[in-house]
Design a binder for this molecule. Structure first.
Ligand code: ADP
Ligand code: MG
Length: 393
């Protein structure tokens, strides 16, 4: 994303894209990826799977990651867990740069204490009971007194509702129960971070729901949970949803504002878009100004303001994070019929794309046009009511 200013107001601040803070300097961050590139070599030559990913996930966040099959989701998780290593770039997890000057065996111990991993296919050891499976990580990193481990493992099995099956082998319980045991194992050493790769991909809706509830419980205790999923009913329960398209992350403001867009179009907007901060009260679009951009709100509150016959201002709508403006003028052509300005007491961050790109992408995305059309209708109606009220004052 570029960071230049709109010509209308060259004094505006430019902003750092979320996720671009490098190094260990951000104490709120649980995960920091900076310029992460991953290439694989195969018979046909080199193949770039992650194309320079910048990402920050804060402590206590519940984050879902989605993307088409092969887009690089698992590869991205493997960069965070240290299961694989990046070709370029930096990965900081829980304040530690996990690749610079760290040996494989140090990383493995570190992983055991700092993160729990849940896979789609559980990966329980088949010859051990569920209780023994849950005890394994404690043995591996030598956490908790030897004699305490069975008791702790049993408590974890109780937490996931499997105490009755503690002495059974994995093959004797259902797939949903195996996954619950795998989750108990993942949190055995009380890690601050839980990473799950399609944890419900192989399960029925009821088991999926149980698992998400468990994750929500971990988040409520302050843990960070990052989960790759295909299931839209799960992404709606997380704080943030990150989309990966062809090895690149999509700007979250773009995906929140225009969820119907195809991922490749979201990615185009991510690349084209510029960012701006407006101070409270500052004008974003002046009335009668021609509108040349489509604006999406990343942060703060925007007021749309009209004047009545006596030149008194009245606000016809407040827009917030995940909402957009400028679409009416761009789709119908023409000048702004209202003043649009930063409302509220906090600065407003917007992301914007030029008219030509907006129109081009809309031409290829009838579902988005339809969704925007509905919002436009609502806004026109809102405006009509507001006009009417103002006229009657
Ligand atoms: P996703 O989890 O989003 O389905 P992956 O991260 O597993 O995607 O894979 C992304 C791409 O990288 C795929 O084209 C896959 O074939 C390729 N890939 C993944 N792991 C390897 C590997 N170890 N060697 C070569 N190519 C790989
Ligand atoms: Mg995968």
């Amino acid at each position: 994303m570029k960071k230049t200013s709109l010509r209308a107001n060259p004094k505006a601040d430019s902003v750092r894209m979320t996720g671009s803070t490098p190094g260990e300097s951000n104490p709120d961050a649980m995960i920091l990826l900076h310029g992460v590139v991953k290439r694989f070599a195969n018979a046909a030559g080199e193949f770039t799977v992650l194309k320079g990913v910048d990402l920050t996930i804060n402590r206590g966040e519940f984050v879902s990651i989605v993307g088409k099959s092969g887009s690089g989701k698992s590869t991205l998780l493997n960069m965070v867990t240290g299961i694989d290593h990046p070709t370029e770039g930096q990965v900081v997890v829980n304040g530690k740069d996990i690749y610079t000057g760290v040996t494989e065996s140090q990383r493995s111990k570190w992983r055991g204490k700092n993160l729990g991993i849940v896979f789609q296919f559980f990966q329980l050891l088949p010859t051990l009971t569920l209780l023994e499976n849950v005890m394994l990580p404690m043995d591996f990193v030598d956490m908790y007194d030897f004699d305490e481990r069975p008791k702790r493992a049993m408590e974890l099995l109780e937490l996931v509702g499997l105490e009755k099956f503690a002495y059974k082998l994995p093959v004797l319980v259902s797939t949903g129960q195996q996954q619950l045991a795998a989750i108990a194992r993942a949190v055995a050493c009380d890690p601050p971070l839980l990473v799950a790769d399609e944890p419900t991909g192989n399960l029925d809706t009821r088991s999926s729901d149980t698992i998400i509830k468990l994750f929500e419980g971990f988040v409520a205790q302050g843990k960070t949970v990052v989960m790759v999923t295909h299931d839209p009913s799960l992404t709606s329960r997380t704080h943030r949803n990150i989309i990966i398209s062809d090895g690149e992350t999509i700007d979250e403001t773009v995906s929140k504002c225009l969820p119907q867009l195809r991922h490749r179009h979201m990615l185009q907007f991510t690349k084209i878009a510029e960012e701006r901060i407006y101070q409270p009260g500052e004008t974003i679009i002046a009335r009668d100004q021609s509108v040349d951009h489509f604006f999406m709100i990343r942060k703060g509150e925007v007021d749309v303001v009209l004047l009545d016959e006596k030149n008194q201002e009245y606000i016809i709508s407040h827009l917030g994070r995940g909402e957009f403006f400028g679409e009416l003028e761009l789709l119908r052509g023409g000048k702004s019929i209202a003043n649009v300005r930063a409302g509220g007491a906090q600065p407003v961050e917007v992301v914007y794309v030029p008219r030509a790109d907006f129109v081009r992408v809309m031409d290829e995305s009838p579902v988005t046009v339809e969704a925007i059309g509905k919002i436009v209708q609502e806004r026109l109606e809102q405006r009509r009511i507001a006009d009417h009220r103002a006229g009657n004052r």
